[in-house]
Design a protein around this ligand. Sequence first.
Ligand code: SF4
Length: 350
Amino acid sequence: MTLSKKLGEWYEKEKRDLPWRKSSNPYNIWLSEIILQQTRVAQGLNYYLNFIEKFPDIFSLANADTEEVLKLWQGLGYYSRARNLHETARTIAFNMKGIFPQNYPGLLKLKGIGDYTAAAIASISFGKPVAAIDGNVKRVVSRLFAIEDEVNSTRGKDLIKTFSYEILDVSNPGRHNQAMMELGANICLPSKPKCMECPISQYCLALKENKVAELPLKYKKASPRNRYFTYLIIKKGNRILLKKRDKGDIWEGLYEFPLIENIQETSPSELASKIAGFLNVSDSQLNITKISETVIHKLSHQHISCRFIHLNFPGDFEISAGTGIEITTDEFEKFPVPRLIERYIDNKGL
Ligand code: SF4
């Protein structure tokens, strides 16, 4: 029996029962793949179900407000993906009569659809013989063929692609791609792969050559950039101030409290002076009610150390229109906010 046949049979028996696997509709496949690029299946499942419930088809997603989409996406990070998702839904709904391109090159032209997602949709929804290569598949292939080049180097990528096509089951590429992903997610794990349970272990060169633990090889990542945020939760009765984040930085289009960014960790007393300056009031007019502990929030390329400062608005000071928008505390949950803020408010309240 060939490798791909064994893998396919194993997948039919062992695959997890996941809602997007019940359909080959490109809308469902696209949505699930975009969400699963951001998170594991356990967490992504709820996001997928919430999206499908609210936007059951491409037209309902296309007609939604961007903020509704961002709100449903909240917590997944990389918000540009949610904006691309929305833009692509509009392109397909309004310029293509709601019909997805049915091949890999056509799918690749859509915003936010890269090699991997285009290959997944083309193979799963339209049976096209294209290998879908995500991080899981890279790991499996690099071990199967004992590839000793870094998987992110040009040569490493070329080898992974060549071998992925060599084992692709062209008679059922959708099942094959899903089986490879399932194997990477459940058996060929990054550390402690379950080689004893692997349906294709007899073909695995890394296992044969005792190199499983050292593969895949990867470039060392550059160290993340450290940033220091102070969020001001400014209250005036039951009203608070929010601002929308601009382009060109993380969290574009999400809302946040007025922010002071420092170049290094700052003590609470130094912060008080900065806040007074920021709000254009004297130190004595500040009415700080609470200063949080430092919260560390890690993104892939940035580590954010953040404090939340709660304060009542001083005296007769009026909030100027340019500073942001005033909302009631009850309205807060309608606004899409970064996960850092959502977590803090869920734990500590406004
Ligand atoms: S034998 Fe082990 S290392 Fe090789 S593909 Fe299977 S799980 Fe991965």
